[in-house]
Design a protein around this ligand. Sequence first.
Ligand code: PEP
Ligand code: MN
Length: 339
Amino acid sequence: MIVAMQETATEEQIQQVVEHLIEMGFSVHRSTGARQTVVAAVGARVDFDIRNLEVLSGVEHVHRISAPYKLAGRSFRPAGTIVEFANGLKIGGEQVVVIAGPCSVESREQLFATAERVAKAGARALRGGAFKPRSSPYSFQGLGLEALKLLREAGDRFGLLVVSEVMEISQIAIMLPFVDIFQVGARNMQNFNLLRELGKVKKPVLLKRGIAATFEELLLSAEYIMAGGNYNVILCERGIRTFETYTRNTLDISAIPIIHKLSHLPMASDPSHGTGIRDKVAPMARASVAAGADVLLIEVHHDPDKALSDGAQSLYPDQFSELMDQLRIIAPAVGRTIA
Ligand code: PEP
Ligand code: MN
């Protein structure tokens, strides 16, 4: 950490900063230039709030050099994390993995019809909400346990892994026998108690970026899971809230290369929630693969016009199939293949 003192800072003020840093356990190196004194603090503390320094008199600027997250940071595993599954599928390696399926599990007929089509087109995992975080309490809330059983059955029938969203701690045990990946939704990215519990689980977690979360906040949320011992975390850009109202959210494609630089964790992109508009999903999915996404999470419904949630952003099976063909052409251009 670097503390730049104001040009007018007195010796007393500089000493106050130095003493404060020493008290916090840092080793301190002071450098006095012609006009300004700079204090460098070196230490392993990650729980330090730099605002405590910023408010001291005589301080002009405080710059943190090391990231506040350690396990999620790229330097923890410079070569990158590969999440491996019992069926041999790897997330985070050379191959791009596509997860597809309906927003919510609505019925056996809906799930099986959709799962069959996405499997045929090349998806490797089936998504589907059993517990739904709806903005309105009057909207469809999901089929719960019944949906989980259907997901497992459809996943096994069509050779797909199963991904579903966990909204609260009590659902973890219920979901454990049925899912291969726990999804944490945007609304729960900072549900720290839930993240901590998922740290104790032996299955991977797909952690979505909150609607107004910075990269640092996303990585600190991943740190919560990893600190509990579960290193199999996949991060996901799913659109953030901006001033633009044309799209449901603004898919931040730059999050993909930025997170790859900051973290070793695999990075997913969800162009369905990222745009909210069916005909914008494929272009943003293509762009995501071109930008280096390790995973795509795409909503597909066998009959989206009748969907109980997110029909407007769900692809028709034929559109999904066409998109997969395009991705197989794009991926090699950036040194990847579609799993
Ligand atoms: C979903 O994947 O259906 C979902 C609710 O996503 P998000 O948390 O990104 O809104
Ligand atoms: Mn959805």
